[in-house]
Design a protein around this ligand. Structure first.
Ligand code: SAH
Length: 340
């Protein structure tokens, strides 16, 4: 059955025409769907007969709030959404000075296998539809009452492993008749699927690309990120520098500090060697503890030393503030708990 909320206004037009309706109905329906209508009955500017016809032909899914955790420290809200087929995914609303940001999931589970990440433990269940990504933004905004101005695709799943649906989502969410959140307010994080990074570069979108690097050498990276075995750090960095050349957009490298694994001085020096002269930015974050994983966050001393080396070497670096530390805020943890 056609998923109306995954269609752009111009794709809704033939649907309306088939129902014997004028084309402009497409814009009306799009607006309702992307402002969070929970049923066709709510679409009060459509003729009653059309609403009845839509009800007969289509189903309008709305995710259920299975759980909502609010951080007492910083107001971060973590949602667990129940989807129409019984699966669940997470989103997190973070309140930054530059605006409220929602971190959304792109898949149910993940098949990338990063060893420190809770989202990948049960493997990939399925891709999310464009509408299911829209719903996370839409209903986070509605439920929290907070206007969302930024989106990060950093929740459960590997967005570039669900490329077409994610691209469609980006078109829908930035559409002026819908949520209207522009590409410059959107970040996408990938573990580094090179061919897809190349494809993204060709699409020349103005979004911010984050690459989960987590190690400067193949031995360390392959040990914690199986995806590295196929390509390697140097090829990945090459693809990133190509991306910059094509889009003019600076890349942000994510680096989770894992005690005794990727956090030594030697790692910092090598990272600086490899990033020297590139137009990039390093975002360090202390590893979040994941119950099922043997890895621990680095000590504050190791973090400090790592930052000092990168700064001395002229690398752009920030340490990401940890939000929602009291509410299972690292990816996939809430869904794991619900599954147990
Ligand atoms: N699949 C994408 C996006 C989802 S993960 C990617 O790999 O980038 C979002 C970020 O959280 C990634 O940088 C990921 O490596 C990181 N991450 C996963 N588990 C983590 C943990 N336990 N502690 C800190 N960061 C983690």
């Amino acid at each position: 059955m056609t998923d109306l909320k995954s269609l752009l206004p111009e794709e809704l037009e033939p649907v309306m025409e088939e129902l014997g309706q004028p084309r402009y109905r497409a814009g009306q329906v799009f607006k309702w769907l992307h402002s969070g209508a929970r049923s066709f009955d709510e679409m009060s500017d459509l003729p009653k007969a059309l609403r009845e016809e839509l009800k007969r032909r289509f189903t309008l899914y709305v995710p259920q709030v299975l759980s909502r955790q609010v951080s007492k420290k910083d107001g971060t809200i973590k949602y667990l959404w129940g989807l129409h087929d019984g699966n669940s995914v997470e989103s997190v609303v973070m309140r930054y000075e530059h605006g409220n940001t929602v971190c959304i999931s792109s898949q149910v589970g993940c098949r990338m296998g990063c060893r420190f990440c809770a989202s990948t433990i049960g493997g990939l269940v399925r891709n999310l539809a464009p509408s299911e990504m829209i719903d996370q933004v839409l209903f986070s905004q509605i439920d929290s009452g907070l206007k969302i101005s930024n989106i990060v695709l950093m929740g459960i799943g590997e967005p570039l492993d669900n490329y077409d649906n994610v691209m469609k989502f980006l078109k829908l969410v930035s559409h002026p008749k819908g949520l209207g959140i522009g590409m410059r307010h959107i970040s996408l994080s990938t573990c580094g699927l090179i061919e897809k990074v190349d494809k993204l570069a060709q699409d020349k979108l103005q979004l911010t690309l984050s690459v989960s690097l987590h190690a400067p050498d193949d031995e360390t990276r392959s040990a914690i990120m199986p995806v590295n075995k196929a390509v390697g750090v140097d090829k990945l960095l090459e693809a990133c520098s190509d991306y910059f050349k094509k889009t003019g957009r600076r890349i942000s490298f994510e680096y989770a500090m894992i005690r005794g694994v990727n956090d030594t001085r030697a790692h910092a020096e090598l990272l600086a060697d490899k990033l020297a002269g590139t137009h990039s930015h390093v975002n360090l974050i202390l590893l979040n503890n994941v119950e099922e994983s043997p890895f621990k966050p680095s000590t504050p001393q190791a973090l400090e030393a790592f930052v000092a080396i990168l700064r001395r070497r002229g690398i752009n670096v920030t340490v990401r503030r940890r939000l929602g530390g009291d509410i299972d805020a690292s990816c996939g943890q809430l869904r794991r708990k619900a599954a147990r």
